[in-house]
Ligand binder design. Structure first.
Ligand code: BGC
Length: 282
């Protein structure tokens, strides 16, 4: 697999989707592969399905692979499971996928992946300042990118507003559950984004998730200080962002290893010099 390609995998409630991504432009280099999420979505069942998605694209040992998951991920471990099986809490997702796929992977929150994807290749491409992204789907996923750096695991979909978890009334699923038309849903979004803006003052707000396809129906009707615009990568954002984040992580690891080798060489030279001086004295 070419050196400019990374694989992204997005674990969702209804489907697990994967594609190889061209890191130069964020485009898929092959057709997206989707397998319905196994039910119950236990770690073992999902791990096997993710491995199947990865092997479909025959990655080389060096291909960066990123996996996005709908919960908080800290140091590879799943910490929350608002919309997935509770058995996920405490699972080391990185190790689980490595065991099933036989390949090292980088794992991150799904909204973080989408935000990073939009920053690298989409609606916020190269934008400085603080960018807030919200994905409106089954849940509300959120991400913040500040001057190009992702602040991980921002769980602002669970802000408590007027005594409710924001996700329960601002998510796309809440619109369907409460049988709301646009007129009925817009005040919920207005309340949510006004609160985010009051607390975080982002320079730009991006709205993603499946509903962003219909953004013209609601975004122009929201009144906010910051510009609020639709995501550009739509449903591909999680895959693209996971691939890009995995690539960035691999690059960081390489740089760290190079620096360590440099330091080790320096120490070895110093030790050799000391040794040489010692032997002259003898
Ligand atoms: C989870 C987030 C996730 C979002 C979108 C929320 O319920 O807490 O971690 O990003 O859903 O999947």
């Amino acid at each position: 697999m070419s050196k400019n390609i990374a694989i992204g995998v997005d674990i969702g409630g209804s489907g697990i989707k994967a594609a190889p991504v061209n890191l130069k432009n964020g485009k898929f280099t092959d057709e997206r592969y989707r397998i319905p999420t196994p039910q119950p979505a236990t770690p073992e069942a999902v791990g096997k399905t993710v491995a199947k998605c990865i092997s479909r694209f025959e990655p080389s040992r060096k291909t960066p692979i990123g996996v996005a998951f709908p919960g908080v991920i800290q140091h590879g471990v799943v910490k929350t499971a608002a919309n997935v099986d509770d058995s996920w809490i405490g699972v080391n997702l990185r190790e689980l996928i490595r065991d099933y796929a036989g390949h090292d992977v980088h794992v991150l929150n799904d909204a973080d992946a989408a935000g990073f994807g939009e920053y690298r290749y989409g609606a916020a491409h190269g934008q400085d300042g603080s960018i807030f992204l919200a994905t409106l789907g089954t849940g509300v996923g959120t991400a913040m990118i500040v001057d190009g750096t992702l602040v991980p695991n921002l769980e602002l979909g669970h802000l408590e507003i007027d005594g409710h978890d924001a996700e329960d009334y601002a998510a796309e699923s809440a619109r369907a559950r409460h049988d709301l038309d646009w007129d009925g849903w817009i005040p919920h979004l207005q309340r949510y984004f006004s609160e985010v803006e009051r607390l975080f003052w982002p320079d730009m707000i991006i709205v993603g998730g499946g509903v962003s396809k219909s953004s013209h129906m609601f975004l122009p009707r929201l009144t906010l200080r910051a510009p609020i615009i639709p995501a550009e990568l739509l449903n591909g954002a999680g895959i693209v962002g996971a691939a890009a984040a995995a690539h960035a992580e691999c690059a960081k690891e390489k740089a760290r290893a190079k620096e360590q080798a440099k330091q080790a060489e320096k120490q070895a030279k110093k030790a050799a010099k000391r040794g040489a001086k010692g032997s002259t004295k003898d």
